[in-house]
Design a protein around this ligand. Structure first.
Ligand code: ATP
Ligand code: MG
Length: 564
């Protein structure tokens, strides 16, 4: 492709609103443009990256027996009402009415449609197993679209669904997906962890997420290097180190003007780990006091697994239920249910005294109050692994894919049943599996860039070779570049030829920014010695070769860089 015939609108400056590296670089390299919050245009180079990723995904899905389908984005409300998700899902779903005032929605995922087809088309255990997949647009009114294409309101997803007669079949389909996903992310050149995750609103019995380490990620995972334990922090259990507990007797201490853990700890000259953080929530059955250690953060998802839906109490509710304002409340002598983090099972603490301006010192959980114990706190780096005791590492990650054992929730509600060998009706056992191609692209940019731009892995680079002549006004240089362009293209190599009449600095900068794996330069070395320069973007190493060896040299370097 010739630059002068292409749309590659590179920018020198970062977009004003961008924080994530991938956001900045994908906009600057002319891959994408934002039309509105969380709605993106993919320009030609961006489209080629997506196409490459999608091709890899297709190959790996086909390899495990996946059959490609296309399911509608526009869907009738009925199937969502049948599954119950019409009511459960809130503002994230785009809803609309058709001209006859029928409720419709834009698909944010496709379990319902799949179960609907299965109900119509599958009759017998002989029709199973099945794997159906699509690479299709999803619409979600995300609360916080951000970080460029990492979280958008319209995005491409490869979603697949497995249909099996029983749990054993599902387990096989699930494992096949897990392996296919690893191959996909390996081939896309990502570093990633496979972690246990919380099935959440999807329901079901097991799930894993594929997490690519990056500072731009919105998720965190806890990892144990010794035993391999790896879980989303929504789930991960860390065993905190035990502070040295003093032999405090119970006493009331005045803590005027000290409200936060940090303020009280400073005033009493104790470490925050010797305090109890008391948080009042209102669940369906009424108020609940939740406790974590002063140096810990409560994970709301962990609490939700115990309480179901809940919300933080308003300040006046705190006063009503505990007789003191936020900042002075604690668990002793309260009449409402208490859940406490496991780490509070033992020890002596300072807690709020339920009296404005006072705390209680010497509080012993289990003796001075009787909570229900559960894992509530967010696992932190340095805590012990719950499996082996080694130190955990908490890392920020981008979720690039996930897999769910759904079970029979959707097949039961939409009537997707088959007859088994004995003629009994059985609901189909489903699995659901998603991958975000745009997130793969952005995660690759996050993991592979330098100060000058993107460093694409071979497999998903929009093109492979960036050809340019240093002095576009020199007919010798441009003549050679034109010939090389022909030769490379004829050899089946994907090449962008920067044929602009631009200063060399501009062309070199754009080449680094766009980040194709190989740059071929025709410049002074050719004028002087008849040599062209073949350069690796990743290693920034040059080899100078006579023009007639250029294509061979490119092919050799391609092999080193992972090309086939
Ligand atoms: P998240 O927790 O990040 O919102 P999710 O759990 O909602 O993700 P799924 O519904 O399982 O994700 O979607 C499957 C895959 O689709 C994700 O792993 C991710 O790669 C991609 N994806 C999900 N939401 C978005 C989005 N808003 N923008 C871009 N890609 C997305
Ligand atoms: Mg989501």
């Amino acid at each position: 492709m010739r630059w002068t015939r292409s749309l590659i609108p590179t920018l020198r400056e970062d977009p004003a609103d961008a924080e994530a590296v991938s956001h900045k670089l994908m906009v600057r390299a002319g891959l994408v443009r934002q039309l509105a919050a969380g709605i993106y245009v993919y320009l030609p180079l961006g489209q080629r990256v997506l196409d490459k990723i999608n091709a890899i995904i297709r190959e790996e899905m086909n390899r495990i027996g996946g059959q490609e389908v296309t399911l509608p984005v526009l869907q009738p409300a009925e199937i969502w009402q049948q599954s119950g998700r019409w009511q459960v899902i809130g503002d994230e779903m785009f809803r609309l009415k058709d001209r006859n005032a029928r409720d419709m929605c834009l698909g944010m995922t496709h379990e319902e449609v799949i179960a609907w087809i299965a109900a119509k088309e599958l009759r017998s255990y002989r029709d199973l197993p099945q794997i159906w997949y699509q690479i299709q647009t999803k619409e979600r009114d995300e609360a916080r679209p951000r970080s460029g294409v990492l979280r958008t309101r319209e995005f491409l997803m490869k979603d697949s669904y497995t249909l099996d007669l029983d749990e054993a079949g599902l387990a096989k389909a699930y494992d096949a997906h897990k392996e296919a996903y690893c191959r996909i992310f390996d081939r896309c050149g990502l570093r990633y962890h496979v972690v246990e995750s919380d099935p959440g609103m999807m329901g079901g019995s097991g799930s894993h997420e594929f997490m690519a380490p990056s500072a731009a990620g919105e998720d965190e995972v806890a990892l144990c290097e010794r035993c391999g334990y790896a879980a989303n922090v929504e789930l991960a259990r860390g065993v905190p180190t035990r502070p040295k507990f003093p032999a405090w007797p119970v006493e009331e201490v005045a803590t005027p003007n000290a409200r936060t853990i940090a303020e009280v700890a400073a005033l009493l000259k104790i470490e925050p780990a010797l305090m109890i953080k008391s948080l009042l929530y209102v669940a369906k059955d009424g108020p609940v006091l939740a406790l974590v250690r002063g140096d810990q953060t409560l994970h709301e998802k962990k609490l939700a697994r115990i309480l179901g839906e809940f919300r933080p109490a308003h300040p006046d509710e705190v006063k009503t239920h505990l007789g003191a304002p936020v900042g002075s409340v604690g668990p002793v002598k309260v009449r409402i249910p208490i859940v406490a983090d496991e780490s509070l099972r033992e020890g002596v603490y300072v807690a709020g005294g339920n009296k404005e301006g006072f705390h209680l010192k010497g509080v012993r959980p289990g003796k001075d109050f009787s909570p229900r114990f559960a894992d509530l706190h967010v696992a932190q780096t340095g805590e012990g692994c719950a499996q082996c005791g080694a130190a955990l590492k908490v890392e920020r990650v981008i979720e690039v894919g996930n897999i769910f054992k759904l079970g029979t929730k959707y097949s039961v509600s939409l009537g997707a049943v088959v007859l088994d060998e004995s003629g009994q009706e059985r609901p189909i056992v489903m699995g659901s599996y998603g991958i975000g191609p745009a997130r793969i692209a952005a995660a690759a940019v996050e993991q592979r860039h330098d100060a000058d731009g993107i460093v694409w892995p071979w497999s998903i680079a929009p093109f492979h070779v960036h050809l340019l002549s240093v002095n576009a006004k020199d007919p010798v240089q441009t003549g050679v570049a034109e010939e090389l362009y022909e030769e490379l293209a004829t050899a089946g190599i994907e090449v962008i030829y920067d044929d602009r009449d631009e200063r060399p600095g501009v062309k070199f900068k754009d080449a680094d920014l766009i980040g194709l794996p190989i740059r071929v330069t025709v410049g002074n070395a050719f004028v002087k010695e008849g040599l062209v320069e073949v350069r690796s973007r990743r290693d920034r190493t040059d080899r100078r070769v006579p023009k007639r060896e250029a294509v061979v040299s490119v092919k050799e370097l391609a092999q080193e860089l992972g090309g086939r």
